[in-house]
Write a protein that binds this ligand. Structure first.
Ligand SMILES: Nc1nc2c(ncn2[C@@H]2O[C@H](COP(=O)(O)OP(=O)(O)OP(=O)(O)O)[C@@H](O)[C@H]2O)c(=O)[nH]1
Ligand SMILES: [Mg+2]
Length: 364
């Protein structure tokens, strides 16, 4: 596929610029050719300041581009104004994340969840878009504008109910399955963490699976559970969709049914990529906790696991752990196998002793 040249407008800090670029480039064969920084993306007319819009227009006189991505929430009116001013298709952060989700979703449940998130994205925009579409005609009482808005609104609401029903159906089936598993007294361990923290790689290592891993964001969009064994004791391991900073609540809501699986786990391993800068680790760590808290996860069940330690210095890992007040995080590398034994030990101690009362021996 031919690559699409894209302008990204995001905040000036390194983290936003790097993550914004990764997000944009993880879908549609997009290629970020230029990043424009803005301290504030809530300006009334375009989201960005009008000076920045002029700068972009100037850049466009010499460069052929397809798209402009604004790395935050944008109202329909601002998108419309910015599209008119630049002649480019404009996409905001939420639309971009939805597009990535769409391009990756393989299971019916994941697709339904994204459709639900999409409707929640569209609902508040319907009135605004109708106003923009009919120009000067105000969608007041009796006008055709009101009719357009009502029809679209009703249609979205109806679709939302329909999708929610289908979702609760598949959720119900999964819960039954889950119940069967728990009645077999198989302890469940969930892997959660920021997108690209190494969840699936660790999952593959422990369960001998071959699920797709990659350094692009949101490779995994569905929950997978497989069994694995520690000293002849069977356990269940769950791989989940990754978190990202500034994810609106309605998107977390949409993924709640699959994420809830991680809430039911006996132990939750919160994976943190240790190969990144301290600043990145700090932002991602706090963003993960925000999501976990929003999902009302029992903090007592959560254990921090550093991943990719083959790419980080041990000293630095200790410093980060102390700095962020993490209690005895385990440093691992799925690549070299470092720390995996210790991780299994932790699982054995925390879970198996608690749930079965049996003492589990970990092979040396
Ligand atoms: N060097 C090194 N790289 C690793 C390790 N574990 C994972 N990676 C790499 O990190 C990237 C992300 O790994 P994934 O397992 O796909 O991460 P994830 O958390 O499942 O990501 P999403 O599904 O996108 O949320 C891949 O390129 C992996 O090869 C490790 O222990 N060492
Ligand atoms: Mg994954």
């Amino acid at each position: 596929m031919k690559s699409k040249n894209v302008i990204l407008v995001t905040y000036p800090d390194d983290f936003s610029q790097q993550e914004g670029r990764s997000l944009v480039e993880s879908v549609d064969n997009n290629n970020v050719v230029k990043i424009f920084s803005q301290k504030y993306l809530g300006h009334s007319t375009y989201g960005l300041g009008s000076g920045k819009v002029e700068e972009i227009k100037e850049f466009l006189t010499e460069n052929k581009l397809e798209k402009l991505v604004v790395d935050d929430h944008m109202t329909s009116k601002r998108i419309y104004n910015l599209e008119k001013a630049t002649g480019l298709k404009v996409i905001d952060r939420e639309r971009l994340i939805l597009d990535i989700f769409y391009s990756r979703a393989t299971t019916t449940e994941a697709k339904l969840q994204i459709q639900l998130a999409e409707i929640k994205y569209e609902l508040p925009r319907v009135r605004e878009e109708a106003k923009l579409a009919i120009g000067s005609e105000r969608p007041g009482r009796g006008g055709s504008g009101e009719y357009v808005v009502d029809v679209k609104f009703r249609d979205l609401k109806r679709r939302m109910g329909f999708i929610a029903d289908k979702l609760s159906n598949s959720q119900h089936k999964r819960q039954l399955y889950q119940k069967q598993r728990t009645s077999n007294e198989m302890p469940i361990i969930a892997l959660v963490g920021y997108t690209s923290s190494g969840k699936t790689t660790l999952f593959n290592l422990l369960t001998h699976e071959n699920k797709e891993t990659s350094d692009s964001l949101f490779t995994t969009l569905s929950t997978t559970t497989r069994s694995f064994i520690i000293d002849s004791q069977k356990l269940l391991l769950t791989d989940t969709v990754g978190f990202i900073s500034r994810l609106p609540t309605y998107m977390i809501e949409a993924f709640k049914s699959t994420l809830e699986e991680s809430l039911m786990a006996d132990i939750i391993l919160l994976l943190i990529d240790s190969s990144q800068s301290v600043n990145e680790i700090r932002i991602k760590y706090s963003s993960c906790w925000q999501t976990l808290d929003e999902l009302r996860v029992d903090r007592e069940k959560v254990f921090v696991i550093f991943t990719k330690c083959d790419n980080a210095e041990q000293m630095r890992i200790q410093e980060i752990a102390t700095d962020l007040g993490m209690l005895n995080p385990i440093a691992t590398s799925a690549k070299t196998g470092y720390g995996i034994h210790k991780l299994k030990n932790l699982i054995a101690q925390r879970i198996l002793l608690k749930t079965s009362g049996k003492k589990i021996k970990i092979p040396a």
